[in-house]
Design a protein around this ligand. Structure first.
Ligand code: SDX
Length: 435
């Protein structure tokens, strides 16, 4: 069972800062992978100063034991295990357990957790009518966020999490039911009868079954497609303090329950600068394939700052994103097994080749990120475009839960950033008659 502690970096030195009217000494701290930071927790109390860091580019919001990223070396590790090894050797439930509990599950732990995931796959029948209330073209991320909060209304016992067993119960509910919500919304909006989860199927197979089985034909994914689904979810499972995970921590820090925190994280992920980029990439590639724009004209527009090159760039990776290489290989494997060609993959490759050899992108350290090839893999599996970010959310569920749990275990204080006020100085109200 996970010990309840608050991760702490160790003090290794002192930063001496000369301010206008005083100087201050602050601890320099070091993480287990030798990242260094200035601990400013006492800054305001001792000096009255705060720091200012738009978009938190230079600010660590917490110490965390969960995921390590080295953006310069292109390293990603879940609880110390390299993403390449996790992707190669673990199932998605094993990865989820590792990220949330901190250690690889024993055989018995994995058997018990898998059983929980199987038993919690159903939604309360009262929730089925929620899907009726959405228009057929409702954005799936809106449905997902709404249904996650709605699920908690049928499980009030999971709103107040008292101990680790309770947290695991809520975690298993979310990890399991997020698949069912996604599949049910897909079926409803495609006018097909919903398909209930099949307890004889594993996590990924069951999701694909709920998505693609029809009354007259049961869907049996070929092993390569199931492997690709597993890889996709594992590669998206956590990524330290990205926008949606930081949102989950922010919401959880007020004492809000896990479902509310995750529903908020879904909303943050929806944005095109974050999880919504995987859809923008495909739309971009499709435009080029349709002849609506040439690669050269796109690159020119990017350089003129008329558009972003979707799927490129990253706040942390200033080198390749290790997930991209694995996704790219999986695209090749799945398309070869299915004996399919995808012209968008060829265009993506051309675009990558041009960008990684172009000074404009090189000097800004812009490389393909996780979203650049992930959409092509989802296309090969048969997932519709408007569900790509939902798939990202299904993968990221363990990461959001683990970060909420780490904050809950550590008894974190409420997130409440400060600001530097730059508005009007105090003034009197002019009566309306005089305005
Ligand atoms: C994800 O944080 C995570 O870990 C996220 C994620 C995860 O697993 O959770 O990895 C998942 O969200 C990946 C990112 C998906 N988003 C996109 O692909 C959208 C396109 N990318 C950009 O919007 C951008 O690169 C961000 C949002 C990813 C990062 O933004 P930053 O760190 O704020 O970068 P920046 O704006 O400071 O850019 C520095 C320079 C700027 O040019 P200059 O002003 O110096 O001339 O690079 C340019 C930017 O204009 N730039 C781009 C670009 N990304 C940055 N120019 C063109 N196309 C791009 N994609």
């Amino acid at each position: 069972m996970v010990e309840r502690h608050k991760p702490e970096a160790k003090r290794v030195g002192t930063a001496r800062i000369e301010l206008i009217d005083k100087r201050v000494e602050l601890p320099i701290v070091e993480g287990s992978e030798h990242e260094l930071g200035i601990d400013i927790r006492k800054l305001r109390k001792e000096t009255g100063y705060i720091t200012l860091d738009d978009a938190y580019t230079n600010t660590g919001s917490c110490s965390s034991d969960i995921t390590f990223i080295d953006g310069e070396q292109g390293i990603l590790q879940y609880r110390g295990y390299p993403i390449e090894a996790v992707a190669e050797q673990l199932t998605f439930p094993e990865t989820a357990w590792l990220i949330i509990q901190g250690e690889l599950p024993t055989r018995d732990e994995l058997r018990g957790f898998s059983k929980m995931l199987t038993n919690k796959a159903l939604l309360h029948e009262g929730l089925r009518h929620h899907f009726e209330g959405f228009p057929p073209d409702a954005p799936p991320m809106a449905v997902l966020s709404a249904l996650i909060n709605s699920v908690s209304c049928y499980h009030p016992e999971l709103l107040e999490i008292g101990d680790e067993h309770h947290m695991l119960d809520a975690a298993a509910s979310l990890i399991s039911k997020v698949r069912t919500i996604a599949a049910f919304s897909y079926k409803k909006f495609h006018g097909e009868p919903i398909v209930y989860p099949d307890p004889s199927r594993n996590y990924c197979n069951n999701f694909l079954h709920m998505m693609f089985t029809l009354p007259f034909s049961s869907y049996e994914p070929i092993p390569e497609v199931e492997r690709a689904m597993r890889l996709f979810l594992i590669l998206h499972a956590d990524h330290e303090q990205n926008c949606s995970t930081a949102t989950a921590r922010m919401v959880g820090s007020s004492g809000a329950n896990l479902f509310a925190a995750v529903a908020a994280a879904v909303s943050a992920l929806w944005g095109p600068l974050h999880g919504g980029a995987n859809m923008r990439v495909i739309q971009l590639l499709q435009k080029i394939h349709n002849g609506e724009e040439s690669i050269d004209s796109l690159v020119t527009r990017v350089k003129n700052k008329e558009t972003l090159l979707w799927g490129f760039g990253h706040r942390v990776y200033k080198n390749f994103d290790p997930r991209t290489k694995l996704l790219k290989k999986s695209c090749d494997d799945v398309l070869r097994t299915l004996n399919k060609q995808d012209p968008l993959l060829d265009i993506a490759r051309q675009l990558e080749e041009i960008a990684v050899n172009d000074e404009y992108f090189l000097e800004r350290k812009l490389y393909p990120n996780v979203d650049f090839y992930s959409g092509i893999l989802l296309r090969a599996i048969g997932i519709p475009l408007n569900m790509y970010t939902v798939m990202f959310a299904i993968g990221r569920m363990p990461g959001w839960i683990a970060n909420w749990a780490e904050s809950w275990r550590g008894g974190s204080r409420i997130y409440r950033p400060r600001q530097i006020y730059t508005g009007q100085k105090q003034r009197s109200i002019l009566p309306l008659a005089q305005r």
